[in-house]
Design a protein around this ligand. Structure first.
Ligand SMILES: C[S@@+](CC[C@H](N)C(=O)[O-])C[C@H]1O[C@@H](n2cnc3c(N)ncnc32)[C@H](O)[C@@H]1O
Length: 437
């Protein structure tokens, strides 16, 4: 879709077409729908409307009901922050508002009414790679005065349209500019989410981000929050920065780097935040930290909560698998005191305990059988238990789950989970049952 076609889509005729496409769109009948719509509308506009209809469906997983009113590009949707994470991070920024200086100069004025329930706040934030507006929307909705910046003209037009569609234009504006040329003195703090995708696909090396890592390092010398991939090597995180790995419903979404007055403390800090699948409960976004017993205190842990070491023991009654955010943050030993547990092996991210404890930081399994990792022993055990549907988990061992399932030749009406792991007793195969969360 080019910029002119997007503008045409925003006209009354374009909106009627889009509404029709969104109502009728089903993947398996899309070709017939396109043919029908092209009888009455220009082909480019029909293609754009059909693409929006498909992207809105896909975006529902990230943005819920909002997706039905938003506009996207394929890349913009893929790169946009999940609504739950964006709302959580916006909550942290609201919480930090009181620590930030007001801007030195006045940033461009926004127009129109703001969200009714959101009070005006003092700080002004610049979102330096705003994309189609994932973070921008969450910040504006949290009551933050925010200006989005992006180099791509179509993306800028879409971000503006999304703010307008969601009645947030009063809190946010969007400029087309290169992040590196923005006068940051006009803002209290910056957020940035550099592009990690090029025409050739995903970029894993931060040096290839746009804007590049050198710019990220510059931002992190001030008051800033930068979103990066969860696989960011710890050695790249500048000294004095707080790194927070965030998962939603068990899937690690990102590592957010918090610098200056957006941090929660003074020095380096590693934090794991484990959001439930539905994200931050309504009305609690601002209650994210610093309030003992607050909602967010129950879903976030830091290296200050981690003794840094844990006892090691053979398998006990329960196995605990830490959330991916905890593992990426290097806080596995921080789970041990929570579950009164021990590691199975000093270098492996499984814990074991005689206690069954419910914690957001780890999933618990009841250990049903402890076996040596021996194909004959395992085959016999699974046959006796009539297991035909086997889930294989593994850690610290060179096992391919699919190959293992084939070699075991499992057949039978029952389901089971086997965990193949290194332990101080050698490689073990643990038969486990998930416990209710
Ligand atoms: C990962 S996306 C941002 C997604 C956004 N946070 C969201 O939630 O929707 C990165 C964006 O950065 C923009 N970008 C890349 N280089 C830039 C630069 N030098 N200055 C400003 N924007 C840039 C890209 O056009 C892209 O839209």
């Amino acid at each position: 879709m080019d910029l002119q076609t997007f503008r045409d889509l925003l006209t009354p005729a374009g909106r009627d077409l889009l509404a029709e496409a969104c109502t009728a769109y089903e993947e398996h009948t899309a070709i017939a729908l396109g043919t029908r719509l092209r009888r009455r509308h220009p082909p480019d506009l029909v293609a754009a409307a059909m693409t929006q209809a498909a992207l809105r469906r896909r975006a529902h997983a990230k943005w819920g009901e909002d997706a039905g009113r938003m506009f996207f590009t394929r890349d913009g949707l893929e790169q946009a922050t999940t609504g739950a994470v964006a709302a959580y991070r916006a909550g942290r920024i609201v919480d930090a508002d009181c620590r930030l200086d007001p801007p030195e100069t006045i940033a461009p004025e926004t127009t129109g009414p703001g969200p009714e329930s959101s009070p005006e706040r003092g700080a002004r934030i610049v979102d330096l790679c705003c994309g189609i507006g994932g973070d921008l929307i969450a910040l504006a909705r949290a009551g933050v005065q925010v200006t989005g910046v992006d180099t791509d003209p179509l993306t800028v037009a879409i971000a503006r349209a999304n703010l307008a569609e969601l009645d947030l234009a009063g809190h946010a504006s969007v400029e087309q500019a290169d992040a590196r040329e923005v006068d940051r003195a006009a803002y209290s703090a910056a957020v940035a989410d550099p592009a990690r995708r090029s025409l050739r696909g995903r970029i894993f090396d931060p040096a290839g981000y746009s804007p590049p890592w050198s710019f990220v390092e510059e931002l992190l010398r001030g008051d800033a929050c930068v979103k990066t991939a969860p696989i960011i090597p710890h050695r790249l995180i500048p000294a004095g920065v707080e790194a927070e790995w965030i998962s939603v419903g068990g899937e690690v979404k990102e590592a957010a780097l918090w610098a200056g007055r957006l941090r929660t403390g003074d020095g380096d800090r590693r934090r794991a935040t484990v959001l439930p699948a539905g994200g931050v409960p309504a009305g609690e976004a601002g209650e994210w930290a610093g309030q003992t017993g607050g909602w967010a205190d129950r879903v976030t842990m830091t290296d200050a909560d981690d003794p840094g070491a844990a006892p090691v023991s053979p398998p006990l009654a329960y196995l605990y698998e830490p959330d991916g955010a905890v593992i990426r943050a290097g806080l596995v030993t921080g789970v041990a005191p929570l579950v009164d547990g021990s590691l199975l092996h000093p270098k492996i991210a499984y814990l074991t305990s005689d206690q069954l404890v419910s914690t957001p930081f780890a999933s618990a399994y009841r250990i049903v059988a402890v076996l040596p990792y021996d194909l004959k022993v395992l085959t016999r055990e699974l046959r006796n238990r009539e297991v035909g549907n086997l889930t294989v988990k593994k850690r610290g061992v060179d096992v391919d789950p699919q190959t293992l399932r084939k070699r075991l030749g499992v057949r039978g009406p029952r389901a089971a989970t086997v965990v193949v792991t290194r332990s101080e007793q050698g490689t073990l195969a643990l038969l486990v049952d998930p416990t209710p969360a």
